[in-house]
Design a protein around this ligand. Structure first.
Ligand code: GAR
Length: 215
């Protein structure tokens, strides 16, 4: 049985689209059965709706307590029999109760090489602005399991790209996003295929990046 995935997204949903495309191409063997977002006008909602994928708009302000918010989140995930939660440009912190209930079953993609340029406030364009301002010569992407700290869980996959002298945050974001689209599905497919082995913080089984110096 293919893994039943919930996608959580806040924005345009280009990562969600890339995953749908990989599935359509026959490379990614999971089902996308649910979309949860914190912004009901986000492009990701439109993409899900047009495919008949159920969508839920969930934000803490709809509830009188944090507990009520978490309970509803868990209820929706349980109702849809979710095996894996895929954060695809999701800018909100998940309720800790959800993170605990889906231990090692939540993946995130971050637009930099963690642990650099991660943590609270480091999302979307802020990340690329920080990379440029710092003068880093490398950036890239990190796919990782989610734990209760921002951008902290075990790393599944990373890919690096060079920061060019001519880059501004916008051009860097574009090139990083292209790498996200090319790579996120590979981590999810490795999980779906049962290839992942976790030892402490080390996650093995996705396939290595080629070391250009050592062949
Ligand atoms: C992506 O670059 C993603 O890595 C980033 O937001 C963008 C969303 O693009 N996510 C984060 O910063 C999460 N901390 P998308 O909506 O087009 O997929």
């Amino acid at each position: 049985m293919p893994l039943r995935c919930a996608v959580l997204a806040s924005g345009q949903g280009s990562n969600f689209q890339a995953l749908l495309d990989r599935k359509a191409a026959g490379d990614l063997h999971v089902e996308f059965v649910l979309l949860i977002g914190n912004n009901s006008v986000a492009g990701a909602f439109e993409k899900a709706r047009s495919r008949g994928i159920p969508c839920f708009h969930l934000v803490p302000s709809q509830f009188s307590s944090e507990e009520g918010y978490c309970t509803k989140f868990l209820e929706i995930l349980t109702e849809h029999r979710i095996d894996l939660i895929v954060l695809a440009g999701y800018m909100k912190k998940l309720p800790p109760g959800v993170v605990r209930a889906y231990h090692r079953r939540i993946v995130n993609i971050h637009p930099a090489l963690l642990p650099a340029f991660g943590g609270k406030g480091m999302y979307g364009s802020h990340v690329h602005e920080a990379v440029i301002e710092y003068g880093a010569k490398l950036s890239g992407i990190t796919v990782h399991f989610v734990d209760e700290e921002y951008d902290h869980g075990p790393i599944i996959l990373q890919r690096a790209i060079g920061v060019l002298d001519s880059d501004d945050p916008h051009s860097l974001a574009e090139r990083v996003l292209a790498v996200e689209h090319a790579c996120y599905w590979q981590a999810i497919e490795a999980i779906a295929a049962g290839r992942i082995v976790i030892e402490g913080r080390r996650v093995m089984g996705v396939g290595e990046m080629k070391d250009e110096n050592n062949g």
